[in-house]
Design a protein around this ligand. Structure first.
Ligand SMILES: Nc1ncnc2c1ncn2[C@@H]1O[C@H](COP(=O)(O)OP(=O)(O)OP(=O)(O)O)[C@@H](O)[C@H]1O
Length: 338
């Protein structure tokens, strides 16, 4: 018999759902390699939300796609990705396909692209349930689809069930994609800028929905965003990315309150506040690195107000700066000489 969302047993809160170790992704391009992601390591436990935060081009989406093995043939991926104890990068293609949608689900930025425009919403969710054998038969899958549409806050699930995607608002479509994502009770949900395409009030509703579902389902959530407010809203842990690397990571409340890397500080300084007068925004000086740009030292040095000469020659390592917190800036976090 199929389970309702409320009936799904709670996962063990301390269980590690996703572990990424030393992930590196590079792309073969004309005349060389673009190193899009390097030395990325983190883990997310059941019930936790980790936000990958950074500007456009920092490597957030490439990281998310590599975890799901959606990186394409031109990419070279090294490192380890462990999903509930299974090594994803070593699995065969059919095994990875079986994992996607069942143990790990993706909620993309654009819900329209994730849905078939020619098929009714209910049929699309029912199909996912049957494909992954999450319901014993069609009737049970249809009943569970209605339950899922209700669980993601769609006011008239019956009508939504029979609707085509274009008959729904962007926010409702994103709820449908989330319903599809949680349909097989995955261990991990990856949400890649899930609210960027939505207007502000709908954004807040969708973030509330993620929080509510997390409380109920105890799924691990990896969210990708460039928006500090989104990170502050949903994250337990945050990993700040710059030029393909994590430059700072730790509990979101600490990292966003007392950042220990100049890039995180700059991101926070660039936020408008109710007191910010027009024209007074502190945009981060300089521009982010372009794809393929290589740095002998710290990639942020040219934009950093704290940079020393050594920052341009020696690559900073991510080191523990407080319990549970790591940052890759020896200038803000000097260690005592041996
Ligand atoms: N298929 C590809 N071939 C070559 N380079 C790529 C490819 N996909 C991504 N990149 C490069 O990898 C880097 C990281 O891209 P990524 O999409 O992860 O950034 P992001 O932080 O998610 O930003 P955005 O929010 O704009 O997607 C960028 O420099 C991008 O140009």
């Amino acid at each position: 018999m199929s389970q309702t969302v409320q009936e799904i047993p709670a996962r063990v809160a301390s269980a590690e759902a996703l572990r990424v170790d030393d992930l590196a992704v590079s792309f073969a391009v004309h005349g060389g390699q673009v190193h899009a992601v390097r030395s990325v390591s983190f883990h997310v436990r059941a019930g936790q939300t980790l936000v990958l935060l950074g500007e456009s081009g920092s490597g957030k989406s490439v990281t998310a796609r590599a975890i799901m093995r959606l990186h394409g043939r031109r990419a070279k991926v090294t490192g380890r990705v462990e999903l509930s104890g299974r090594e994803v990068l070593a699995l065969s293609d059919p095994d990875v396909r079986a994992l996607r949608g069942s143990r790990i689900a993706l909620v993309p930025q654009d819900p329209t692209a994730a849905l078939d425009p020619l098929r009714r919403v209910g049929a699309q969710i029912t199909e996912v349930l049957l494909l992954h054998r999450a319901a014993p038969d069609k009737k049970a899958a249809q009943a569970r689809t209605r339950e899922l549409l209700r669980a993601v806050g769609i006011p008239d699930p019956e009508r939504a069930y029979r609707s085509f995607p274009h008959e729904m608002s962007g926010g409702m479509r994103q709820r449908v994609v989330i319903a599809m994502g949680i349909s097989c009770d995955p261990d991990v949900i990856i949400a890649d800028e899930p609210t960027t395409a939505l207007d502000v009030t709908v954004q807040a509703q969708i973030l509330d929905l993620f929080a509510e579902l997390q409380g109920r389902l105890n799924t691990a959530l990896l969210m990708v965003t460039h928006d500090v407010h989104v990170a502050a809203d949903v994250a337990d842990l945050v990993a700040v990315m710059y030029a393909g690397r994590i430059v700072e990571t730790g509990p979101a409340a600490d990292v966003l309150k007392t950042p220990r890397h100049p890039y995180t500080q700059a991101l926070l300084d660039a936020l408008p506040t109710p007191q910010t007068a027009r024209g007074e925004l502190h945009a981060i000086a300089g521009s982010p690195p372009v794809a393929g740009q290589e740095f002998p030292g710290c990639a942020f040095a040219d934009r950093c107000t704290h940079a020393l000469d050594t920052c341009r020659t020696a690559e900073p390592r991510l080191v523990e700066v407080a319990p549970g917190r790591r940052a890759a800036c020896p200038v803000l976090n000097p260690t005592e000489a041996p």
